[in-house]
Design a protein around this ligand. Structure first.
Ligand code: FAD
Length: 451
């Protein structure tokens, strides 16, 4: 049987674009459909614009610090229009790059929504059909807002980059990394910021000591963080939103952003008719090679809800190409993934939290918290944390948790050592780089506790 293509990719985000390019570079005939903008969540409404907003929001403190160092600086405030215009022209530029990457790799792209008609056929929104030997679903996810009175007044991370003007006050609802990052961003930009989270502490799943410090510092920096608090209902009141909270509070905000989770984009794709299984959260169920229950159909990235990060979607895409087009069955490696949370202060983390590790075996915890030189000199009270979780039996570093400016950059490099199986003694025999914050990681003398 002959097909139009060797591979048809649905979704031009992080995972889809990479898989399409690599398969085409290897000689496969590849097409890709994208219903919105090339680059997907990460480039258009995720990692990239978010990080640029983090940068923008950090300048307020930098200006204060610079004055403390003797610079004669005048901070006349933040110009949202200026930043927004620049941000969106940068995103346009990046989208163009993604389109060109596909074109130059020889991938035929369609600006259309695609659905599955049968195991080898996709239907495009213009009504045409295309056949392919393999179909790869890389449709990502979207923000999810719970149903309650006034939910339609909420914005999500999709809209936050498009605000007509910077609000005077904002409520961010949620305790995950997106909610916590945007609380820091808005606060840094000078917006009166509150964050409500129904759980006992933000950043669930991460090391308790590390997330505790992040929360403490966020409160110190002026964020009105309310834990154990949920939104009950919201009503429009003039140009403000009245929010009734589960703790009895009633407050007015200019904007309310919900970052209460994401759902996979797997509805109305035609999966059920083909017998492609979906999990409890609606994600597409795949095996270790990203193959669905239909052998010709694979799925990667956020739509499979494994580890929802851009570099992971890319890895899954590359492993798919290796498996299907290079005859070398390869499972994406989901172990020991270093990650950064761009809160203020930033958190970098790899491996097991103290709590998780202690459930598994006897561990030694090495940890130090201090005021870093640069900020301390400027009179800023911010503390940082450097922490290692070590297996008592094997001496291996099972986890590393950093809360500090630049923690994301640090954890990338610590990640190499931890992934290689470095022991505490390997860390110890590495000479410190002085004076830095991260030198503390190689000079941690004795455990603060053994569990
Ligand atoms: C606010 C925010 C911040 C984030 N920050 C980070 C970060 O700092 N670091 C990090 O690693 N990750 C971050 N992420 C997560 C990251 O963006 C995702 O993990 C990543 O984009 C997943 O890639 P993907 O290829 O699975 O899907 P996506 O990038 O979501 O791409 C899917 C694409 O498919 C298209 N599509 C959907 N359905 C169809 C259809 N039927 N037909 C055609 N096209 C379709 C969509 O329009 C989209 O372009 C962030 C996410 C958000 C929301």
């Amino acid at each position: 049987m002959s097909f139009d293509y060797d591979l048809f990719v649905i979704g031009g985000g992080s995972g889809g674009v990479r898989a399409a390019r690599v398969a085409a570079a290897g000689g496969a005939k590849v097409a890709l459909a994208e219903e919105d903008r090339y680059g997907g969540t990460c480039v258009i409404r995720g990692c990239v614009p978010k990080k640029l907003m983090v940068f923008a929001s950090e300048y307020a403190e930098m200006a204060d610090d610079a004055r403390a160092y003797g610079w004669d600086l005048e901070n006349k405030g933040f110009d949202w229009d200026h930043f927004k215009t620049k941000l969106h022209s940068e995103l346009d530029r990046l989208e163009g790059i993604y389109r060109n990457l596909l074109k130059n790799a020889g991938v035929e792209s369609f600006d259309a929504r695609a659905t599955l008609a049968d195991p080898h056929t996709v239907t495009l929104s213009d009504g045409s059909t295309k056949t392919a030997k393999h179909i790869l679903i890389a449709t990502g996810g979207r923000p999810w807002v719970p149903e309650f009175t006034g939910a339609e007044l909420a914005i999500t991370s999709n809209e936050i980059f498009h605000l007509d003007k910077l609000p005077e006050s904002i409520l961010i609802v949620g305790g995950g990394y997106i909610a916590s990052e945007f609380a820091g961003i808005m606060n840094g930009l000078g917006v009166k910021t509150a964050q409500y989270y129904r759980g006992a502490q933000i950043l669930r799943g991460f090391d308790d000591e590390a997330r505790g410090l992040v929360a403490e510092e966020m409160i110190q920096s002026g964020i009105d963080l309310k834990l154990g608090t949920n939104v009950l209902e919201m009503h429009r009141e003039g140009d403000k939103i009245r929010v009734k909270a589960s703790n009895g509070d009633e407050s007015l905000f200019d904007q309310v952003m919900f970052a209460t989770g994401r759902k996979p984009n797997a509805d109305d794709l035609g999966l059920e008719a083909l017998g492609i299984e979906r999990g409890r959260g609606g994600e597409i169920v795949v095996d270790q090679y990203s193959q669905t229950a239909v052998p010709s159909v694979y799925a990667i990235g956020d739509v499979t809800d494994r580890v929802n990060l851009t570099p992971v979607a890319i890895r899954e895409g590359m492993a798919f190409v290796e498996t299907v087009f290079n005859g070398n069955p390869t499972s994406p490696d989901h172990e020991l993934i270093p990650t950064a949370i761009f809160t203020q202060p930033e958190m970098g983390t790899i491996g097991l939290s103290e709590e998780r590790a202690a459930e598994q075996e006897t561990i030694e915890v090495y940890s130090t918290s201090f005021k870093p030189m640069q900020q301390a000199f400027a009179g800023r009270a911010q503390r940082v944390l450097m922490k290692l979780i070590v297996s008592q039996a094997t001496r291996k570093v099972l986890g590393c948790h950093i809360v500090a400016p630049g923690a994301g950059e640090m954890i990338q490099l610590v990640g190499i050592a931890v992934k290689m199986g470095a022991t505490k003694e390997d860390f110890d025999r590495t000479v410190a780089v002085h004076p830095t914050m991260s030198e503390e990681l190689v000079t941690l003398k004795s455990p603060v506790r053994t569990l």
